[in-house]
Design a protein around this ligand. Structure first.
Ligand SMILES: [Zn+2]
Length: 280
């Protein structure tokens, strides 16, 4: 199993990779730059290349989380340009660091009475970014939290926007367990149904990352508050076990975005490995 967590790049990209190894993580996620802004970062290419080499050598998988303001539904033209430039910058950093892709949030509708405008914008954004991108790193669309029925919460929507874009081969998916639980997509009791449906529509074939988080709120409330995996949130261990024990997910990175104050990630990864690891 590839258990890991989100890590800081305070010590650089190589520093984050070394930190992953130090806490026994098989994978890690990082913000390529300040997570609150969409500025373009003139990153340190030497550091990125060393991170790439180190991760290959150690067999570590890494993935980028794009800054929060950069969703696929920017609400005005100026913001659209910024998001395109920022995500291209993130893809470049991912490529240089050897990361598999850049996780991006779907975004919230511009007009709730006409969702089509927003779906069309998502596809336009994907095209605008990916027509300028020739690297290996992919854009990885994450499922939204949000009350049941809100935009970006179903596997069908994610599969649809990918297939309607001009560059589906440059797009993959990130499944966040807390978001899925919050939106009622995954109630904790219906993993088999999700798997069956996701397989049928081609979702799981394109799944690249799992954000492995518990939830501080019950399912279906649309509340995106992450909790630690064990003895913390509303998702029970045996419910997580269904996902972890899915044979097709054995090589997919499971990234913790859980509150470190509740359980340090080093400890949480150790618990995950004791419980579900394959003893490597
Ligand atoms: Zn997430």
């Amino acid at each position: 199993m590839k258990f890991g967590c989100h890590l800081s790049i305070k010590q650089g990209y190589l520093g984050a990779a070394k930190q992953a190894v130090a806490i026994n993580a098989a994978a890690f996620q990082y913000f390529p730059k300040n997570p609150r802004s969409l500025g373009i970062k003139a990153f340190n290419r030497e550091d990125a290349a060393m991170c790439n080499q180190y991760c290959r050598h150690k067999g570590i998988i890494s993935v980028i989380h794009s800054p929060y303001p950069g969703t696929l539904i920017p609400h005005d033209n100026k913001m659209r340009e910024k998001v395109v430039a920022s995500l291209l910058n993130d893809l470049e950093i991912a490529e240089a660091c050897g990361s598999i892709g850049v996780v991006v949030h779907f975004g919230k509708p511009i007009d709730r009475s006409d969702l089509l405008i927003s779906y069309q914008l998502v596809i336009k954004m994907l095209n605008a970014i990916l027509q300028q991108w020739e690297g290996e790193a992919k854009l990885l669309i994450e499922n939204n939290a949000g009350v049941p029925g809100s935009m970006g919460t179903t596997l069908e929507e994610l599969v649809q926007v990918r297939s309607l874009s001009q560059y589906p081969e440059k797009i993959g998916f990130c499944f966040d367990t807390c978001h899925a639980f919050a939106s009622g997509l995954w109630t904790g009791e219906n993993w088999e149904d999700i798997w069956e449906k996701g397989e049928a529509i081609g979702y799981f074939e394109e799944l690249q990352v799992i954000h492995f988080n518990n939830s501080k709120y019950p399912t279906g409330l649309g509340k995106d508050r992450h909790a630690s995996i064990f003895d913390a949130g509303f998702i029970k261990e045996e419910q997580f076990a269904k996902i972890v024990n899915t044979p097709q997910l054995q090589n997919i990175p499971f990234i913790l975005e859980t509150p470190k104050e509740e359980c340090p990630h080093e400890r949480e990864i150790q618990l995950l490995q004791e419980k579900w690891g394959d003893g490597e």
